[in-house]
Ligand binder design. Structure first.
Ligand SMILES: Cc1cc2nc3c(=O)[nH]c(=O)nc-3n(C[C@H](O)[C@H](O)[C@H](O)COP(=O)(O)OP(=O)(O)OC[C@H]3O[C@@H](n4cnc5c(N)ncnc54)[C@H](O)[C@@H]3O)c2cc1C
Length: 532
């Protein structure tokens, strides 16, 4: 492990002062999910002056609600999308290298119940290995029945013929988002949460900046920019429409949102180090059972959804689908009573021309970058795994559209993120292990030396972690701490609610603002409420 440089403080008054100080930024990014943070980091690392505004917390949108896979996308291979898979496999390796404390390899097993399934899927996965080339994480293996049971001790044994083992990666999505924000800030970007973009500033028919509102004080700010990047995920169409209205054009909606539900259960449902992938469930969708932070994530679904709710809730059929399909493949069926947390994310899928958005499974998972006539750059689609390549693409489009003067090439492919050590420690705990200080990478000693560094509050959270979140990780509310700095809301929502008062007291001492405890307790209740 190498020693970390001292972390940058995220004192809110200082951040707001930095945001209002310059007359103009080269780049203003709207949206602090994977996509926007990736763009901010890429631009800042090339030496541009950058501001990023996020209306809620970083990764409060889709970017904290992924299946947590750093993957090429086995199912996209089945759709024949070779280019997407190849790019994602390359990016998989880059991410595992640049953030080893938050992204690691994970072995998957596909159990087979038909004799021909093992060779059929095995050959597909050998192609996956071939596409990965040097970026491969380990060879695909054909498994007999006994080996499959050894790797997946709780898999349904009745009728099991064998299986296929292959490699992909997994990560902590929200913590990675925070680390991107902090790495961008370390390269000079001004990155602010709870600051909403409320409108675009147009001058002479061109986008010249963004109007914002500090959601804590209500203060209005206008940021002037050479280039405005709309990276608001499923919400991109609002700014595209506003841009169109200001310049007398009609901007057709580009996003077809699709909801994905995940259910979390105890690790005893899937002990061991391997994740399970069912390639074809009853209705043809894939099902994952992934060990993550000491629990198991079961999911997901793919349901078109037009209302862009901040906290979308699952449909009854989605929960039933996940539980009933899990029951078919696990020896002990998880029931509604076993659910520790249920959470939902909205995929920002990009609509093909003239698509009505009715069949989201068929829509490409590739990203799209559009530059409007007035110069608004919109980026959406893609996946977490490819955020870095998407950011390079955005910068290229900004150069092509003469919104930015080209400078040095992108540097993020080898840029190690905050907390990444130089040496990889083979003994380090895995991401599938229970949460703890290891998620802080090289910053672990700093967290431990803060007051209460070794005082455990429960659920893998220490007093020191809460103080670290407030001082260096932009946390303002109990939800920020227990949903995204710690992931306890996603792992065990009832336990998270019991920790809320203790976290609130520490946070309030650090920030002096209302940590919104009641709102968090109500949210935690929602995360354990299944549709009747
Ligand atoms: C169920 C599911 C599972 C997935 N699993 C995986 C996976 O395993 N691996 C993988 O690689 N990818 C996965 N993905 C895809 C991945 O999560 C998304 O592609 C990615 O998170 C999208 O990031 P984003 O930044 O574009 O959107 P978001 O994360 O939604 O970010 C947009 C941000 O813009 C902000 N915003 C909106 N309006 C404003 C405004 N007016 N002012 C300021 N900010 C604003 C929002 O608050 C939000 O934080 C999954 C997606 C889903 C839904």
């Amino acid at each position: 492990m190498t020693l970390a440089s001292p972390p940058l403080a995220t004192l809110r008054s200082a951040l707001m002062a930095q945001l209002t100080a310059p007359a103009r930024f080269d780049v203003v990014v709207i949206g602090g999910g994977a996509t926007g943070l990736g763009v901010a980091l890429d631009a800042a690392a090339r030496g541009f002056s950058v501001a990023l505004v996020e209306s809620h917390d970083f990764a409060k949108g889709t970017s904290s609600r992924a299946t947590k896979l750093v993957h090429g996308g086995v199912r996209y291979l089945a759709q024949g999308n070779i280019a997407l898979v190849r790019e994602a496999l390359h990016e998989r390796t880059t991410l595992l290298h640049n953030a080893p404390h938050l992204a690691q390899p994970l072995a998957f097993v596909m159990p087979s119940y038909k004799l021909l399934d093992t060779p059929f899927y095995g050959i597909g996965l050998k192609m996956y290995d071939a596409l990965a080339g040097k970026a491969g994480l380990g060879p695909t293996e054909f498994l007999g029945r006994n080996k499959t049971l050894q790797y997946l001790p709780t898999v349904q044994a009745q009728g099991l013929k064998g299986g296929v083992k292959y490699w992909d990666g997994q990560f902590d999505d929200a913590r990675l988002a925070l680390v991107l924000a902090r790495t961008a800030a370390a390269h000079g970007a001004v990155v602010v949460n709870y600051c909403a973009a409320t409108g675009l500033l147009h001058e002479d028919g061109k986008v010249a900046g963004v109007h914002c509102e500090d959601r804590e004080t209500g203060a209005k700010i206008t940021l002037r920019a050479g280039c405005v990047v709309n990276a608001t995920g499923v919400w991109v169409d609002a700014f595209r429409q506003q841009d169109g209205e200001a310049t007398g054009r009609v901007a057709k909606p580009m996003v077809a949102p699709s909801q994905g539900v995940h259910i979390v259960v105890d690790r005893e449902f899937l002990p061991g180090d391997h994740a399970m992938l069912v390639p074809k469930t009853a209705d043809g969708r894939v099902l994952f059972a992934v060990p993550w932070l000491g629990k198991v994530i079961l999911g997901t679904t793919d349901t078109p959804r037009e209302d862009l709710a901040r906290e979308p809730r699952p449909f009854k059929e989605e929960v039933e689908f996940i539980l009933s399909e899990s029951a078919r493949y696990l020896s002990r069926a998880p029931t509604r009573a076993d659910v520790k947390s249920v959470w939902v994310g909205l995929r920002p899928l990009v609509k093909p021309q003239d698509d009505d958005g009715g069949n989201t499974k068929g829509i490409s998972r590739e990203h799209t970058v559009l530059v409007s006539k007035s110069g608004l750059v919109t980026v959406t689609g893609g996946k977490w795994t490819t955020y870095r390549a998407m950011a390079e693409d955005v910068l290229d489009k900004c150069f092509d559209a003469h919104l930015l003067q080209p400078r040095k090439p992108g540097t993020t492919s080898t840029l190690r993120l905050v907390g990444a050590g130089v040496a990889v420690d083979a003994q380090r705990p895995k991401i599938s292990d229970a949460p703890g200080l290891h998620a802080y990478g090289t910053e672990q000693p700093i967290v431990q030396t803060l007051p209460g560094g070794d005082r455990w509050l429960g659920g893998g959270v220490t007093e020191g972690m809460v103080r670290f979140a407030a001082r260096f990780e932009y946390a303002r509310t109990v939800e920020d701490v227990l949903a995204r700095r710690s992931r306890l809301l996603f792992l065990d929502a009832r336990l998270a609610a019991t920790l809320a008062p203790a976290v609130a007291a520490i946070l309030q001492e650090e920030t002096g603002v209302d940590p919104q405890t009641d709102a968090f307790v109500a949210l935690a209740q929602l995360y354990v409420t299944l549709p009747a």
